[in-house]
Structures are given as C-alpha cells and as structure tokens.
Design a protein around this ligand. Structure first.
Ligand SMILES: O[C@H]1CN[C@@H](c2nc(-c3ccc(C(F)(F)F)cc3)no2)C1
Length: 331
C-alpha cells in the first residue's frame, strides 16, 4: 500500500505549522491534523471537549462512527515543547491518509486542550510520527499510524516535502523520485530518545567556510524553527546588521530589512542550504519592522531541533527499516 497527502500551511503568511487532511471512521469524518515526527500520540479535537475549548476546529464524533470502539480504561496526557498540552480517552477506528487505511488505529480523543490549541483554529489535532515508545497512553501504550501501516506498505518509509509558504506533501510507502534532485544521503538514527535523532556533519554561514562539527539533533516536522547551539547562532547573527538576542521576544531578532546570509548544514558529505528568505521568519508582532529569526538557540531546550525552517529546504525520507535511517536530498 501507499498514500500521499497534502501538507498545508495553517497560516498564509508564516509557516507556523502544516496540516494534512485525514479520514476517520465510518462514514469518514475529515479532520486536518498536524503531522509531528517529534511526538507519538495521534489525538483529535473530539465531541468530549467542552464547547468553551473549541474555536472553529473540526471535531471527531466517535458516536457517529459505526467502526469506532472505545478502548476502555485507557487515558493519555501530553505536553509539547512550547508548553501546550492535551489529555483524554482512547478509541480505535479506521484511519486513512491519502488513500492508505489502517484499521483499528488508536485515535486519542481530547477531553481537555490548553488555550494555545483552542486558539489555533486550523489544527484539529496531531498525528505523531515519532517512535511508538514515546506514546503516552496508559495502561497500554499504542502504536503510531506509521508503525501500524508499515507491514502493509510497499516500503517501510514516509517522506516529507514541506514547502515555504505553499502546499507540500507527505508520502507513505514510497519514495517519489520527482520530488528531489541528485541523490538521497542516508545517515543513522538513534531511536533510544524516541525521536528521529541523527548527527549533522557541520554547518556554513552564507558563502563562508564549512565548519566540520558533529551536531546531534532531531528532525521535527511539528516544530516551526531550527534550534542550534549558541556558538552556531553567534557565528550566524554576527553577519546580520542590527541582530540582537532579545529577552523581550525570547530569541534573536533583527530589522526586517536586514540582509540575511543563507545557512548550510551537512548530512555526511552532502550539503543542504536554507535560503535566507526562510530565516527571516516573521515580524515579532503584526506590522512590526523587527523580525524574529528562523534560527534560534537550543541552549534552553537541551536538544537541537531541525524544524520546518530546515525541513522545507530538503526532501526528507524517514526510513523505518531495521535499523531506521533518515535520508536528505536537495530539491
Ligand atoms: O513537543 C515537540 C514535538 N514536536 C513539536 C510540536 N509542537 C507542536 C504543537 C502544535 C500546535 C500547537 C498549538 F496549536 F499552538 F497549540 C503547539 C505545539 N506539535 O509538535 C515540539
């Protein structure tokens, strides 16, 4: 089996997150979910939520699905990197992404979501594509959509082709040669942390020399920006007129009309270059002439994160073989 579905920016001006249409249950209920390789819970806004916590999201109503079954006495609770959170109970139902169906997928129904989820009216929930060891369902943890689908897939892979301010694609079960140029460079993945953790071979700022240095980080489709060690940030932003690390805005900001260098990172011998336009991420507040950078410091996170600002510069293969690997190609 294979599947292919759109990755649609939730905001027309800034790539805060991407959502993908999925079908759940019988008859199918279509929701738009944020595919997140940095977590492993599949949860949705549901009919169990108080109306006060719903603001335009589409909800999943298990009672309206003839194939929904409650997973009795199972609950879940999750908190994301930005402090947003949700919790609830668990059903199993048919779950389809771009023509690829998993029967008896655990669909975690929200009974409570934090205000940041309520405010994000274009996200109806998340599909975790991390390793199933991170799933929060108790007393028995559940498998991700990818783990459930893998045995039925032509190849045990999914690919991310995210795009700057436009619609990209998530493919499941096959690698579309038309979506990239040159070759795909695969590197090992350390699955122990439960994320797609790999080691980049170094970086370069603009047209400067490549600095060969191992950067351990995660490929996280659910994170908007790139978070790297302070030394790399200093090397980058010292090339940007008027750039400062702002306590007010919680990161590097600069005048929106400043000229920005590109940023290149290494995958083995291969090089992926993030264009400067991706790094001038967004005005700090609507209409401001001060912009927030797409590269920020990971010093407060304890982990380096290659989020959407990096991922959308490449075609990325999440290969769920034994052992799993991650592949990067230019496009
Ligand atoms: O936890 C790490 C795993 N991947 C990262 C992630 N973060 C979110 C997220 C999505 C939507 C929202 C909200 F709608 F604004 F509330 C908040 C966070 N999804 O994946 C961080």
């Amino acid at each position: 089996d294979t599947g292919s579905a759109a990755a649609i920016p939730v905001n027309p001006n800034y790539d805060i997150a991407y959502v993908t249409p999925v079908s759940i249950g019988t008859p199918p209920q279509t929701l738009h979910l944020d595919f997140d390789t940095g977590s492993s819970d599949l949860w949705v806004f549901s009919s169990h939520l108080p109306a006060s916590q719903i603001r335009g999201q589409t909800i999943y109503v298990p009672a309206n699905s003839s194939t929904a079954k409650l997973l009795a006495d199972h609950t879940w609770s999750i908190t994301y990197g930005d402090g947003s959170a949700s919790r609830g109970n668990v059903y199993v139902d048919n779950f389809t992404v771009g023509g690829l169906t998993v029967e008896n997928q655990a669909v975690q129904c929200a009974l409570q979501v934090s205000t940041s989820f309520t405010r994000e009216s274009n996200i109806d929930g998340l599909v975790g594509l991390g390793f199933s060891t991170l799933n929060t369902v108790v007393p028995k943890s559940q498998l991700t959509f990818f783990d459930n689908a893998k045995p039925h897939m032509d190849e045990p892979v999914f690919t991310a082709d995210l795009k700057w301010k436009s619609e990209g694609t998530y493919d499941f079960g096959f690698i579309d040669e038309k979506k990239y140029t040159g070759k795909i460079t695969y590197v090992p993945v350390n699955t122990s942390p439960g994320y797609w953790t790999f080691t980049s071979s170094g970086y370069a700022v603009g047209s400067g020399n490549f600095s060969a240095t191992s950067i351990v980080g995660i490929a996280d489709t659910g994170t908007s920006l790139v978070y790297l060690p302070p030394s790399i940030l200093t090397a980058y932003y010292r090339q940007v007129e008027g750039a400062t690390s702002s306590r007010t805005y919680g990161g590097y900001v600069f005048p929106c009309n400043s000229k920005l260098p590109s940023f290149t990172f290494g995958i083995g011998e291969a090089r992926i270059t993030i264009p400067s336009s991706y790094i001038s991420y967004a005005p700090v507040t609507a209409g401001s002439s001060t912009c927030f950078g797409g590269l920020q410091s990971s010093s407060s996170l304890g982990i380096n994160i290659w989020g959407d600002v990096a991922l959308k510069a490449a075609f990325v293969v999440f290969h769920g073989g034994n052992p799993p690997t991650i592949g990067w190609a230019k496009k």
